[in-house]
Design a protein around this ligand. Structure first.
Ligand SMILES: Cc1cc2nc3c(=O)[nH]c(=O)nc-3n(C[C@H](O)[C@H](O)[C@H](O)COP(=O)(O)OP(=O)(O)OC[C@H]3O[C@@H](n4cnc5c(N)ncnc54)[C@H](O)[C@@H]3O)c2cc1C
Length: 386
């Protein structure tokens, strides 16, 4: 049987659920497909932080500034408790090189109106009382970040979309496509073909694997497997999401297979400590944990928070995260194939989630969008069609 839709969304993570919600809300007959459950990819693996700390500064500022504003009314719009709360962001600095990089960043962030403050080591405990500042030079502090519960957000989007007619197909991988010349016509799945005028890839790290079925490959796209672990819950005590400034010393070209560990710690909306993260550039999606990843994470966290040494770890995990060599997302219509859109590799995904769905819905219904996506178009110089 060939069922027909106005739009098909592939991937039910943060991005796909928002896109499905906005398309359904706009009155389009929409279906969503995932090879697993909802949030089967990186969206099941993250801290839920609404962060600006890793904002790409050359092209992404208007996008992030616009995206931030959407959170003021999001719980009201979805009529859902998302566990949304304000949270600071702190990047502890260990050496002079990191200090110099972040001093430059502070200037740039302040110039565009983002609250950012470089603080000396003796003030670190003012903003994060439980940190051990003995070996730190200071930190870059962002007072105005936030956090939500990832599963509540994704569930809220899908529930509200379902109420507007969304059809959901889980454990149903998209295995191929039918084209009419350069027009996308339908997707193939083990349960049959489904046709649509518009198809949106929200497939994160898997996008090149799916693109290959259309003869497409985005060379700018690569992915890393990120590992983290979670402890038993504690009364809320962390005032910030913390990530080591060493993240800013790393280039985009991490040698394949080399495990890197940088401290990244948050407390979830339920009180559990989320400890991370180790990562390595991968060419597979196996989500097993490399033997040395959890001890590395534990060591990197205990360096800053020795008081956590007796906490019980409940579990660890690994997930593939899409990244691009130029730090920009792949976002917008795919030039070579009419009706195909790509929305992936946002450097910080949570903050951008509401705006991506809104923008894709505008592009599909009006052919244009309030957000200027020119710099993010999938065919920018690194796009290759085979
Ligand atoms: C430890 C860790 C902590 C993180 N913390 C944060 C954070 O605090 N804030 C933040 O913004 N980001 C964070 N991230 C990154 C964030 O998790 C990802 O950027 C985000 O989840 C990407 O969402 P997505 O919807 O684009 O992709 P995904 O969630 O990966 O979704 C892609 C979906 O496509 C599906 N799919 C793929 N191929 C097919 C196919 N052929 N057919 C059907 N379905 C298919 C997959 O099953 C998957 O569900 C973190 C990541 C990690 C690992």
């Amino acid at each position: 049987m060939n069922q027909s839709f106005d739009a098909i969304v592939i991937g039910a993570g943060y991005i796909g659920s928002s896109v499905a919600y906005h398309l359904s809300k706009a009155g389009l007959k929409t279906a969503i497909f995932d090879l697993g459950s909802m949030a089967a990819g990186a969206s099941r693996a993250n801290y839920g932080n609404i962060q600006i700390q890793d904002l790409e500064l050359q092209f992404s500022v208007p996008m992030i500034q616009m995206a931030r504003t959407r959170f003021a009314t999001l719980e009201q719009e979805l009529d859902w408790d998302l566990g949304l709360r304000k949270l600071g962001g702190l990047l502890p600095i260990e050496n002079e090189n990191q200090w110099n990089i972040l001093a430059e960043r502070e200037k740039n962030l302040q110039a565009i109106g983002i609250a950012s403050e470089l603080i000396q080591a003796n003030r670190l405990q003012e903003v994060e009382p439980s940190i051990d500042a003995a070996h730190l030079l200071g930190g870059l502090y962002h007072a105005d970040e936030g956090q939500l519960d990832p599963f509540q957000l994704i569930n809220a989007y899908l529930t509200r979309a379902r109420q507007s007619g969304l059809q959901e197909y889980y454990y149903c991988p998209v295995t191929g496509f039918e084209l009419d010349h350069t027009n996308i016509k339908s997707i193939r799945t083990p349960t049959g073909n489904f046709s649509a005028d518009h198809i949106v890839f929200c497939t994160g790290a898997y996008s090149n694997h799916l693109g290959k079925k259309l003869g497409l490959k985005w060379d700018v796209l690569h992915y890393v497997l990120g590992q983290a672990m979670v402890t038993e819950p504690l009364p809320i005590q962390l005032r910030n999401h913390l990530a080591s400034a060493s993240f800013f010393e790393m280039g985009a070209d991490i040698p394949k297979g080399v495990l890197l560990a940088n401290m990244a710690i948050s407390q979830s909306t339920h009180g559990n400590l989320l400890l991370g993260e180790s990562m390595y550039e991968a060419d597979h999606f196996r989500t097993h944990l490399p033997n040395n990843s959890l001890p590395w994470i534990a060591r990197s966290v205990l360096k800053y928070f020795p008081a956590f040494k007796n906490l019980r770890v409940l579990r660890g995990w690994s997930a593939a995260i899409a990244d691009t060599r130029d730090g920009l997302p792949l976002f917008g219509p795919v030039a070579a194939i009419d009706g195909l859109y790509l929305a992936t590799a946002f450097r910080s995904t949570v903050i951008i989630t509401p705006l991506v769905g809104e923008t894709i819905a505008q592009l599909i219904t009006t052919g244009t969008s309030q957000l200027d996506i020119q710099a993010f178009l999938p065919e920018r110089n690194a796009y290759v069609s085979h």
